[in-house]
Structures are given as structure tokens and as C-alpha cells.
Design a protein around this ligand. Sequence first.
Ligand code: MN
Length: 244
Amino acid sequence: MIDMHCHLDLYPSPMSVVDEAAKQNFFTLAVTTSPRAWQATDRVFRRYSNIKVALGLHPEIVTEKASEKGLLIELISKTEFIGEIGLDGSRRFKGSFDLQKEIFESAILECAKQGGKVISIHSRRAEEEVLDIIASNPTCGIPILHWYSGSVTNLKRAIDLGCWFSVGPAMLRSKSNEEIVQKIPLERLLPESDGPFARDGANPIMPWQAIKVAEQISFLRGWTLRELERQLEKNLLGLLGRKA
Ligand code: MN
């Protein structure tokens, strides 16, 4: 149905996955990890009207891709969808945190200058810093926190700042994430797979499996599956209506 965050270009046979995603999903957002990857991917995927390719620079690889910062900022005017960008404060990436901040902040500022974009954001162990940057740029568009796993306090702040959330089946394997999902406003929620990184057993999760999350969420929130699926569709249409 809908997959609001997947790495379509990183599956082992991307073209067959893309074909299938175009058939099975109503909408798929393929995020990229570098501006050059966006250029290459967008050129190939552009012919699918229900797949959009988001321009990104993943926080985990900013050191390797620092030279593409200028390109990232320059290309923001070429697309309505940005991602994956953000910050990662886990120990492994602490060394590049200043560079991550510089790149993320410039990208968000540019989104605001361009009148706002739909932005898929990584915020692992850096929720506060991500929210500070969003708060300083209230016209950056629609920030969608992907796989949000921070505190409930920061979640409330994110909601107050107008953030949306994308949640996937793999995320709901943890109890603390279940607690987060209990508190996300359902009119700001969208499904994601985060494939091929997120897995379904031994295999990478596929974009058309993102919707499995609706079963889990409908159970947690006491909605029928049908009601929740309709709400998710409505959310997507509202979002695309604002930013086509
Ligand atoms: Mn991702």
C-alpha cells in the first residue's frame, strides 16, 4: 500500500523490486543516502508515477560524502522530497557529529528557503538536536521522523513542532517503541519498511510489507484494520496534496 521510507536502490536486484513496488504499492518513497545516488536513482525511477525518490545524505556516511554537501544544497530546488537526512548520536558516529550537524542544518535551512519540503529524517540518539534545528526553521516543510526511538518528552515536543512519523514492522518488535506508537497522533502516521536494512526474518523486508505495521498498530490502538488503513491513506493524500 504505502511505504514512506525505503532504500529501493540498495536491494540486491533493485529493478525487479521497483517494478513490484510500483504494482503493489499505492505510493513508495525511495530515500537515498547521497546526492549522487539521488541523481542516478531519480533518473531511472522517474518513469514510475507512484514512486518518488528523495534526495538525501545519510548521517552515518557524512565523512565519506562530505564533498557532496554543496551538491545536496544545490539539488534541493529540484525535488519536493528530501531524505534520508538527519543526525545520529550513537557512539559509532559521534566523531562526525559536528559535520552531521553542519550538513543537516544547512539542508533544513535550504528547505525553508525553498518554501518547504517533505523531509524524511533520521534522529537516532540525537532527537533533541534534530528538534532544535527543526524548531529554528519552522517553515522547512513537513518533517517526518523515521523510526523515532527517543524519549516520550521529545516525542511530545516533536508533535508540538508539527512533525509526522513513519513507523515500520521491525520497529514494533521492541516494547519501548510500542509505547511510542501508543502516543503518536494517528493523523500524522505513515507506514515505512526501511528495507533492505530492516528485515523480516532472514530476508530484507520489502516495500509492500510496510503495511503489515497497520495490523500491529490497529491492535495497539484499538482501531479496526480497515479504519486504520483508511486513515493512513488519508494521511498520505493530505501530505501529497500539500506537496505534490
Ligand atoms: Mn533508512
